[in-house]
Design a protein around this ligand. Sequence first.
Ligand SMILES: Nc1ncnc2c1ncn2[C@@H]1O[C@H](COP(=O)(O)O)[C@@H](OP(=O)(O)O)[C@H]1O
Ligand SMILES: [Mg+2]
Length: 269
Amino acid sequence: MTVSASPTPFADLEDDLVSGRLTDILADIAEEAAQLILPYWRTGTPTETKADHSPVTAADRAAEALILERLAARWPQVQAVAEEATAADGLPPSVGEWFWLIDPLDGTKGFIQGRESYTVNIALVRGDAVLAGVVTAPALALTWRSTTPGEGAQRRAFGEAWKPARVRERPQDATALVSHSISDEDAERLAGRNGCRLWQGMDSSLKFCMIAEGRYDAYPRTGPTCEWDTAAGQAVLEAAGGRVVAEDGRPLAYGKPGFLNGPFSAIGA
Ligand SMILES: Nc1ncnc2c1ncn2[C@@H]1O[C@H](COP(=O)(O)O)[C@@H](OP(=O)(O)O)[C@H]1O
Ligand SMILES: [Mg+2]
């Protein structure tokens, strides 16, 4: 008698991950969300304030609803942890081995002020490690993704073919990216601590992608972020040859209490 192992509920998800189909599909979903967001940008869309005092708009909510619907249709077995659902309904009491981390609109403050660097983020986590991710910048019409594990990162302009994305060797005048929410003094200190003479402010997870494509060298962060702010960017940057390390020197881990990150440094080469 032959006994065949019954496939786990996650076998097709793993197949999609290993074949690279997963981030093909995630990229299409993120770009579809971008098309929902763009009509709200620079049109004076009303802003509400969430319980944590951070801003939210109808664009955040519409994009998240679309992403959750698309993910559930294709992979109904995978739990989703998403910024706006969490803000409305509270944190899930627990997560399974596999889960999505979704930030439908990262860099909302900049989005409201009409800046270009806001992003759509979808990442797949297994245990405490991020395995795959996609970041789309609607206003720039660009998407970055991790590919089959071990096969690098890619970037595409909307409607065009994927091209490889890779971190650069550190130049003489290495440049750090930092959040707009910190002071110039803190930016200079953090950049110096990461071996960068220069620094520039930028919103959202775009910072990870700019390092992943070899335009900048580091993104030090001491202020709090949520796991959905970093997971997709970390997957892209790691695939591109970079690292995102917590204070203990290990890769930034996921599924932590409250889905809250401590300080970290994202580093290119
Ligand atoms: N006190 C806090 N706790 C948790 N996350 C915070 C925070 N203050 C800022 N953030 C996160 O930092 C993100 C902005 O990062 P940056 O300054 O690099 O653009 C915000 O994402 P959203 O714009 O999605 O709310 C928000 O989630
Ligand atoms: Mg965010």
